[in-house]
Ligand binder design. Structure first.
Ligand code: KG4
Ligand code: ZN
Length: 336
């Protein structure tokens, strides 16, 4: 089997990233330049600011990735890049760069769906993982339950009808005054709080639905904070954080287990920024053990946005016969 060296780029949101991989699962380098500090003062990602920063950073990030992997452009066999979903201006920076590289090096180009990329983070970490399995993808922009039947073959079993799980974490954190991004801060605070202190709503929707909804929970937390303020009651941030987090993960875990039972698979994987959440990992661990499912998740560095996961997805797409041409465009609302 021929060995393939892949250069992958990711710029869909607020991380500029480049990675070099060998044959899909071996990461030679994975450089991530985060813009979090830049967006912090706005309490969220500002699209135009993000695009400009990607333009400034991308060639440095690529140089560093090549350097660290000890390869040069002439060693690259394949270029992989995120082409959606994401912020259009941000996506275009990675995409235009990838196209220019593919054209000038005369190498194939593969466009990768960012949500698919998150799933593939698991293939890097778990060398023996093979489909079929159920994947819960939970990030700042997405909450999806996906049945991955084979490489490139997905069935979306459910997704959020309003806010993504990570978005709920970020909005609640902002309301409590915790800063951005809220997920990791709420996770940390929750460890010191009582998760049963406040009974926030769990939204299960129709009986057999695998869809999610987090906007009602978000409103319930905001109402709780406003009511406490009006009544002059001081809140315990740790308890609000822990009770909110528990309400999110109860629903995520219940529906993930239900999906695995319904599809008759024995493996559950999680992916995306919220998959870094320690409460979610712990509860899933307990519930998968009880139900005899295997549970896998990526290390935290591969949960949040990075180009290595995009490179892994690009490899499997390519060996399965997909590649793009120079007409490949950014698709901000690309579906899996
Ligand atoms: O996958 P990601 O880096 O970007 C998107 O594609 O959206 O996910 C970022 C999201 C943010 O909403 C952040 O608050 C959340 O993941 N997040 C967490 C944790 N770490 C990151 N949420 C809960 N607990 C965490 N430990
Ligand atoms: Zn992401």
């Amino acid at each position: 089997e021929k060995k393939l060296i892949i250069l992958a780029l990711e710029s869909s949101c607020d991380e500029t990233s480049a990675a070099v991989l060998k044959n899909g699962r071996e990461v030679l380098s994975n450089i991530v330049s985060s813009q979090i500090d830049l967006h912090k003062k706005f309490g969220g990602v500002v699209p135009e600011v993000a695009s400009r920063k990607h333009v400034e950073n991308i060639s440095y990030v690529i140089d560093e990735a090549l350097d660290k992997a000890n390869v040069s452009f002439k060693d690259i066999d394949l270029i992989g890049v995120t082409y959606g979903p994401g912020l259009v201006g941000a996506l275009l920076v990675g995409l235009s760069t990838a196209k220019a590289l593919a054209y000038s090096l005369d190498k194939p180009l593969v466009g990768v769906n960012h949500i698919e990329g998150h799933i593939y983070a698991n293939f890097i970490e778990h060398k023996n993982l093979e489909p079929p399995f159920i994947c819960l993808i939970v990030s700042g922009g997405h909450t999806h339950l996906v049945y991955m039947k084979d490489y490139g073959v997905y069935e979306v079993l459910g997704k959020t009808r309003d806010d993504a799980a990570g978005e709920a974490f970020d909005k609640v954190a902002r309301a409590i005054g915790l800063g951005y991004p809220g997920g990791p801060i709420i996770d940390k605070l929750s460890k010191k709080g009582n998760k049963n202190a406040i009974n926030f709503p769990r939204t299960y929707l129709e009986n057999d639905s695998l869809d999610f909804s987090f906007s009602g929970l978000k409103s319930a937390v905001l109402n709780y904070l406003n009511n406490s303020k009006m009544k002059g009651i001081s809140i315990i941030k740790e308890d609000v954080a822990a009770s909110f987090q528990q309400a999110v993960i109860d629903v995520l875990v219940d529906k993930t287990i239900l999906a695995a039972k319904r599809c008759g698979v024995d493996t559950i994987v999680i992916a995306g920024g919220v998959a870094a959440n320690s409460g979610l990992r712990q509860l899933l661990k307990e519930r998968t053990e009880k139900n005899n499912f295997k549970l896998m998740f990526p290390p935290i560095s591969l949960c949040t946005d990075n180009a290595a996961m995009i490179g892994c997805a690009a490899y499997y797409d390519y060996i399965n016969g997909y590649s793009a041409d120079m007409y490949l465009n950014a698709i901000p609302n690309l579906k899996i």
